[in-house]
Structures are given as structure tokens and as C-alpha cells.
Design a binder for this molecule. Structure first.
Ligand code: FAQ
Length: 316
């Protein structure tokens, strides 16, 4: 008698299994079947996220040699290194979906994949480092804490550690700003100027408004995103206003006001034309950021080659 042959599930059965996993709010893992659009959508978002962490090292990295004390240099260096680590976890998560890390970097430097709009603005003074910690890491936390419950296992798990580290970054930024606000008039003016320049770009980090967000509906139906862009933006505004008051800075929005009925802050119109310009490569620093990333890839190619050859020799 011949051994029974395993019956392969049909595409419909696999789809039904995937749908049931999503409906039950369980995780999809790399070994599981998934629709091609789910896989491609995740690679898109995770790659963009990874690129953001890596490009995001540049604005603050510019201040490593100019930070005013050994302590401040050590803190900033640790933070910038953390961002590199986040990029690595995220590229690893993308690899579990079959993406190739070198190919993703090529797509970034060739303008075929995006990275966060926020990193295309310059860091003009040291106060910008504090404001990036407070507002940019603050926005990143708002956006990324729900991603710890994302339906794709490796992405969700990577986010847990990333969020813990981002929370620490946010506190160090706020502590730096508090110290400056207790300093001289010139230091307070520097903080206010940095807040004025970073506030609106921080709101843009959450992406376009919900009615102009082509990926949101599907991404939320699949449990990749858990909240809409506008919901998370509102959460960030509500969180930041009292923090600004405690710090003693004003936020550059004359329309910012508490809505007594909802308990939430109303805010002014975001300049979506500027956002579109920045994400299509025409922001103040896009060219500089990509040029530097391309040079890092090319100048350090020999390190990758040597490490690959060493690994191959040892596994042989
Ligand atoms: N910048 O349909 P949606 C950080 C694109 S990490 C550039 O709404 P989706 C840590 C979007 O890709 C910051 N592009 O898209 C740190 C899409 O283009 P595509 C990064 C943007 O995916 C701190 C198109 O617009 N965080 O800060 C932006 O549903 C300090 C239509 O948009 C993440 O990546 C933008 N701001 O929602 C490091 C978090 N917004 O691909 C150093 C994960 C939208 O169709 C120092 N990502 N686009 O050509 C997400 O949560 C989502 O992908 C959103 C966008 C919310 C960013």
C-alpha cells in the first residue's frame, strides 16, 4: 500500500486561513502564507521606516563633534547609535519577507523608496537636537507604539525594543531643553526658535490627512496600522501642548486651542504643499541626505565585502 500523499491547500483555503488569523488578531509569521499585496505593502512600509532610522542619524550626527560637553556628546552618540540599531532590526524584518538589504539601500539612494519627510530639515543650532528628541522622537513613539501590535510578527516584535529606546530619547531631548530653558535668554531664544522650525514638520511625520492617504484603508484592514494618520497626529498634539507649557515655550500655531467639549486641541492647517514637495525630493536637505548616504554605501563597500568573505570562509 502506498503512503498517503499530503493534500496541498488551495489558494482559497490559504487565503481563508490568513483572513481568519487577521480576524482573530493573531500574528502572521514569515513561514505563513500571505497575499502578495500584504507582503509588498509591508516591505514598502518597513523599508521606508528602516531608511528613516538610518537617514535620521544625519541631522543629529552633525552635532556630535559640536555638543557642548563630554556628557552631552556621550548622550548624543548613544542616541545616534540607537537609531542605527533600529534601522538594522527593521532591515532584518524586511528580510524575513524576502527583501534584500542591499537592494533596499539601492532603492533609497536612487529615489525609488521614501524615508520620513522630517529628516529633510536642517539642524541649525544645538537646541535642534533637544527638539528632535522631544518632538520627533515623541511623534515617532505616538506612531510606533501601536505598531507593537501590528499583524506581522517580526515587525511588531522589533517595534517593542525600538519604542523603549525612543522613549528614552524623548526624555533626554526634553531634559536637554529644560536645562537650556533654565539658562540664559540666548539659550531660551534658541529653544523657541528650534520649536518654531520643527513643530509643523513634526505634525507632517504622521502622513497625509486620512482622506488623502491611499494606503491607510487596506493597511488598517490587515492590522498593519492600528490607527489612522489623523488620529495619531491628534494624539501627538494633545500630548505635546501641556509639555510645551511645562517647558515654557509657545507652539507656532495661533489657532491652537482646547476644545472644551472634546477635551482635545484644535490646530491650524498643515502646509500639505510643503509636505508633498519634501516627500518628492525637494525639501531643504533631501539632496544632501541622499548624497551622504550614497557616499557611505560606496566608501564602505569594502567592509561589507570583507565581512561577507570572512563569514563565507568560516562557514566553509
Ligand atoms: N514622510 O497612504 P499613506 C523616526 C508617504 S522613524 C515621507 O498615509 P502609510 C525615528 C507614504 O509612504 C520615522 N513619506 O502611507 C527617529 C506613501 O508613499 P508610497 C519614520 C511619507 O504608509 C527619530 C504616501 O506618502 N516612521 O522618526 C510620510 O499608510 C529621531 C501616502 O501616505 C515610520 O516610518 C512622511 N512623513 O502611512 C530617527 C513609521 N507620510 O509608499 C532619528 C512606520 C506618508 O505609497 C531621530 N510607518 N508618506 O509611495 C508608518 O506608520 C506609515 O508608513 C506612515 C504613512 C504613517 C508614515
Amino acid at each position: 500500500m502506498s503512503a498517503p500523499t499530503a493534500v496541498r491547500p488551495t489558494e482559497d483555503e490559504l487565503q481563508a486561513q490568513f483572513d481568519a488569523t487577521i480576524a482573530a488578531d493573531r500574528r502572521i509569521e514569515p513561514r505563513d502564507w500571505m497575499p502578495e499585496k500584504y507582503r509588498a505593502g509591508l516591505v514598502r512600509q518597513i523599508a521606508q521606516h528602516a531608511h528613516s532610522e538610518i537617514i535620521g542619524m544625519q541631522p543629529e550626527g552633525d552635532w556630535l563633534l559640536k555638543a557642548p560637553s563630554l556628557r552631552r556628546k556621550a548622550v548624543l552618540l548613544a542616541k545616534v547609535q540607537d537609531e542605527a540599531g533600529h534601522g538594522m532590526y527593521l532591515y532584518s524584518a524586511a528580510e524575513t519577507l524576502g527583501a534584500d538589504r542591499a537592494d533596499l539601500t539601492d532603492k533609497l539612494v536612487n529615489g525609488k523608496q521614501k524615508y520620513s519627510s522630517i529628516f529633510n530639515y536642517p539642524t541649525l543650532t544645538y537646541a535642534d537636537c533637544g527638539v528632535i528628541g522631544w518632538l520627533v522622537d515623541g511623534a515617532a513613539i505616538c506612531n510606533q507604539v501601536p505598531l507593537c501590535r501590528s499583524s506581522y510578527g517580526p515587525y511588531a516584535r522589533a517595534m517593542i525594543r525600538v519604542c523603549k529606546e525612543e522613549s528614552f530619547h524623548q526624555r533626554q531631548g526634553y531634559e536637554l531643553l529644560m536645562t537650556m530653558m533654565r539658562g540664559t535668554d540666548a539659550q531660551r531664544a534658541m529653544v523657541q526658535d528650534a520649536v518654531d522650525r520643527w513643530w509643523w514638520p513634526s505634525l507632517m511625520m504622521f502622513g497625509p490627512p486620512d482622506d488623502d492617504s491611499p494606503n491607510s484603508a487596506q493597511s488598517m484592514a490587515w492590522g498593519v496600522k492600528r490607527h489612522s494618520n489623523d488620529e495619531l497626529r491628534q494624539r501627538f498634539v494633545d500630548m505635546s501642548v501641556p509639555q510645551a507649557e511645562a517647558l515654557g515655550v509657545t507652539l507656532p500655531d495661533p489657532e491652537l486651542a482646547l476644545d472644551e467639549t472634546t477635551g482635545r486641541y484644535r490646530f491650524g492647517q498643515i502646509d500639505w504643499t510643503e509636505f508633498k514637495q519634501v516627500i518628492s525630493g525637494n525639501g531643504p536637505c533631501n539632496e544632501e541626505r541622499i548624497t551622504r548616504r550614497r557616499a557611505a554605501r560606496d566608501d564602505n563597500a569594502w567592509v561589507t565585502e570583507a565581512a561577507t568573505a570572512y563569514a563565507a570562509k568560516h562557514s566553509a
